[in-house]
Ligand binder design. Structure first.
Ligand code: ADP
Length: 375
């Protein structure tokens, strides 16, 4: 008899130990945890559950879960807990609890005695997720609006510059008629005024042509081909032959690669950079231009380096903006469109363009072109 009592005592002690150990685990897991029996009576409620749901152990233990959380009857949690028990499978889900304005990540495990529920507060994550989603949607909307307004602007520039050509042609042609037919009756001043007017019309024509070119970037029906850069540079130089000879320009390049890209846009960029290199030298100085090509894994990098007047780094951004010039037309002729056009083309081809320079020390313009272009 005495032996029996001892054995029972020992068994009770070890059950208590096991329960204590289980409780220690359930209190220290970091997740909130509660357990209910098959009739939804709460049999366990850990410290974290107190914190996360704001209900103390003593108000929960031995109470019916749905009496305490009456407003949750029919909620996502309600449905999933029932499903877990009915189908005898674990359920993992997220649920929003309006009274506390919180989101929870919940795992419900059915057991022989009822249901064990682990959950944690994921409100912060949910808020950042929805904020991110909202930001993303806004960004997409803005990108779309930007693309539309960009397209409209290009269309406007195209139509405006196209329609301006005709009246300008009239102005120019009547000015030259006056010059031809009435030069006898015009005095020097009159002839000079006409010359200024013709000059202005010429410049305006160039501005219109540049604007047209700018608005057309990206709309060319050009096809991908193997472009021999050596050959392309030679073609560009041939078109500048007169200027090169007159200024005794030195132009160096060798063994430029053949790259698989779009020829016309490449020609436009290189033409603009090379003609700037020829133009922006001190009066009387011979231009000196070097053209190089290097490669990274994904891009070709083409460099056009000159020994001309150079650029103050403060203006590196400005020079790539349309109509922005650092010199007036009496110093160096131009419309301020060349680099803006080059930048737009380069970016269209998935590359970047930049400059390195300082005043008096020449300029190095470089741009990259994707090695594998999307067709
Ligand atoms: P444009 O030459 O018609 O003025 P660009 O857009 O080609 O237009 O150039 C913008 C400005 O950048 C020029 O007015 C000039 O001041 C400066 N610039 C461009 N290229 C060079 C260069 N190679 N050396 C010095 N300045 C340059």
């Amino acid at each position: 008899m005495r032996k029996d009592i001892n054995a029972r005592k020992k068994a009770e002690i070890s059950v208590t130990e096991i329960l204590e150990e289980r409780n220690t685990i359930l209190e220290s897991i970091g997740d909130a945890f509660f357990a209910v029996d098959k009739s939804w009576t709460v049999t366990y409620w850990n410290n974290m559950a107190e914190k996360v749901l704001g209900k103390q152990k003593q108000e929960m233990l031995n109470r019916n879960l749905w009496d305490v959380f009456a407003e949750s009857v029919g909620s996502e949690s309600y449905k999933n807990y029932h499903k877990a028990i009915e189908s005898d499978t674990a359920m993992h889900f997220e649920d929003y609890y309006p009274p506390l304005n919180k989101w929870y990540e919940i795992s419900a495990y059915p057991s022989g005695s009822g249901l064990a529920v682990y959950f944690k507060d994921i409100t912060e994550r949910k808020v950042s997720e929805s904020r991110l989603k909202e930001l993303n949607e806004n960004l997409q909307l803005q990108t779309k609006e930007l693309a539309t307004s960009n397209a409209e602007l290009e269309q406007f520039a195209y139509v405006a510059s196209h329609d301006l050509q005709e009246p300008l042609r009239m102005v120019t042609s009547f000015l030259s008629q006056i010059e031809r037919k009435y030069s006898d009756i015009l005095d020097d001043k009159g002839r000079q005024y006409i010359k200024f007017a013709v000059d202005g019309a010429k410049r305006m024509r160039q501005v219109i042509l540049d604007l047209l070119e700018f608005s057309r970037v990206g709309n060319l029906d050009d096809s991908l081909e193997d472009v021999d850069l050596d050959k392309l540079v030679n073609e560009i130089l041939a078109l500048h032959r007169k200027q090169i000879d007159e200024k005794k320009a030195v132009i160096l390049f060798e063994d430029l690669p053949v790259i698989h890209s779009y020829k016309t846009p490449l020609r436009q960029i290189l033409t603009n950079l090379i003609s700037n290199g020829l133009k922006y030298v001190s009066a009387g100085a011979a231009p000196n231009i070097q053209i190089l090509c290097s490669e990274t894994e994904s891009h070709w990098q083409i460099t056009v380096r000159d020994k001309g007047i150079g650029i103050d780094p403060a203006y590196f951004d400005k020079i790539f903006i349309i109509f922005q010039r650092l010199h007036n037309k009496d110093e160096y002729l131009g419309t301020g469109m060349g680099l803006a056009i080059a930048k737009k083309i380069v970016e269209n081809l998935g590359g970047t363009i930049g400059v390195d320079s300082s005043e008096g020390n020449g300029s190095t313009f470089y741009f990259t072109v994707l090695k594998i272009q999307a067709a």
